[in-house]
Ligand binder design. Structure first.
Ligand code: CP3
Length: 358
């Protein structure tokens, strides 16, 4: 490995500068991505290992300042592996035409998911990508968190109010927990398969964690997240494979009591990803301990112009330096489609400059 900065920061080390990568770094803001998408549907890109590897490498080839790559895939491959149909509609995003309406629908889900059979293409893509990376930067494997996936599976797509999936928690708490555990089992198997195929770090995306009250986050979302981290660590140990650092990105979790629950020693994640609406110093005080934070530039910074980007990177870097411990620089959520590729390049340049510890 030529660049292990992200691995060192994930181990809690205060590195000489922050390693940087960007959530959704392979995607619609890149002309080379749009060119490939003209010829292939979204899930065809995910399911064809050579295309997924090519798309994963696009931002790495374009931006030598990136310190990590993330496999091109989607969180919704887990509902697919459970037997649900998922479509990606051009202006709507994901659509699941046959959602789970009541617990009676749980029987429609596949009982024992063989991830090798259903998601073997992800593992192949990872192995191919590692070859293409040739040790330039570590490769991150990922999955969606059970609560976020349950939201899509019950809502049938994105939502503004989340009323269907949240009402499951009130109406059918036991069945909701069963569903979350079933999803978590597939997520864990997917992550283990990714590590065995060559992923060197893992991230779990709980994009809709912030839709829950602190109570429901603790009762429903968190146990499923811990089920994943424990199962992944246990399985790797059984297989005699070294552990890999795991990041939890629980977007919108801001209440002090919820953050206090995310201490790495209790949930078995090494790095906590922050969205843009938390101050790193405050978050670190609540989370406690010597471990890594990831984040948390507002994605809109990339529309802020050269000077605006530079000033904000300088400001946020100071906060992470003050927070102390490992820092993996990232946005607080995914990069958005209208970003100009040169502004992303400038952002990375600024992070290299201002995250340096003097
Ligand atoms: O980070 C990367 O570059 C790796 C690839 C990746 C994608 N999706 C590719 C993608 C990752 C890590 C994801 C995660 C993902 N997918 C999340 C969690 C992160 C977050 O943003 O909160 C969620 C909620 C999804 C579900 C999803 N997939 C949505 C809501 C959409 C539509 C909106 C959008 O961003 O376009 C997708 C589609 C998707 N996933 C695209 C890409 C590149 C664009 C699809 C296209 O090309 O038409």
């Amino acid at each position: 490995m030529k660049n292990v900065l992200a691995l060192r920061a994930a181990a809690g080390e205060e590195t000489e500068r922050a390693p940087v990568w960007v959530m959704r770094q392979a995607g619609r803001y890149l002309p080379e991505f749009l060119e490939v998408r003209k010829h292939h549907s979204f899930f065809e890109c995910c399911q064809t290992p050579s295309i997924a590897a090519q798309l994963t490498l696009q931002p790495i080839d374009r931006y030598p300042r990136l310190d990590a790559s993330i496999i091109f895939c989607d969180i919704l491959v887990v509902p697919q592996a459970l037997g649900m149909e998922v479509l990606m509609e051009p202006s709507k995003g994901p659509v699941l035409p046959d959602p789970l309406v009541t617990p009676a629908d749980l029987k429609k889900l596949r009982e024992n998911v063989d991830v090798q059979k259903e998601l073997g293409y992800v593992f192949e893509a990872i192995t191919l990508t590692r070859k293409g990376l040739d040790g330039r930067v570590p490769l991150i494997g990922f999955c969606g968190a059970p609560w976020t996936l349950m939201a899509y599976m019950v809502e049938g797509g994105g939502s503004k109010t989340f009323e269907k999936c949240k009402s499951w928690l009130y109406k059918y708490p036991e069945e909701s927990k069963q569903l979350l555990t079933r999803v978590a089992d597939v997520c864990a198997d997917l992550l283990v398969g990714q590590v065995l195929a060559g992923a060197q770090m893992l991230q779990v995306f709980d994009s809709w964690a912030g839709e829950l009250t602190p109570y429901h986050f603790e009762q429903f979302a968190l146990p499923a997240l811990v089920h994943i981290s424990k199962k992944v660590r246990y399985s790797l140990k059984q297989l005699g494979h070294p552990e890999v650092p795991m990041t939890l990105f629980a977007k919108g979790v801001h209440s002090p009591s919820s953050l206090a629950l995310l201490r790495p020693e209790t949930i078995f994640y090494d790095t906590i990803g922050l969205d843009a609406f938390l101050d790193p110093v405050e978050a670190k005080e609540l989370l406690g301990g010597k471990f890594a934070l990831q984040g948390n530039f507002d994605p809109v910074i990339l529309y802020g112009g050269k000077e605006g980007i530079e000033k904000e990177v300088e400001r946020v870097s100071k906060r992470f330096h003050k927070a102390g411990g490992g820092w993996i620089a990232n946005l607080g959520h995914g990069i958005t489609p209208n970003v100009k590729p040169e502004d992303m390049g400038w952002f990375l340049e600024c992070v290299h400059k201002y995250s340096a510890r003097k």
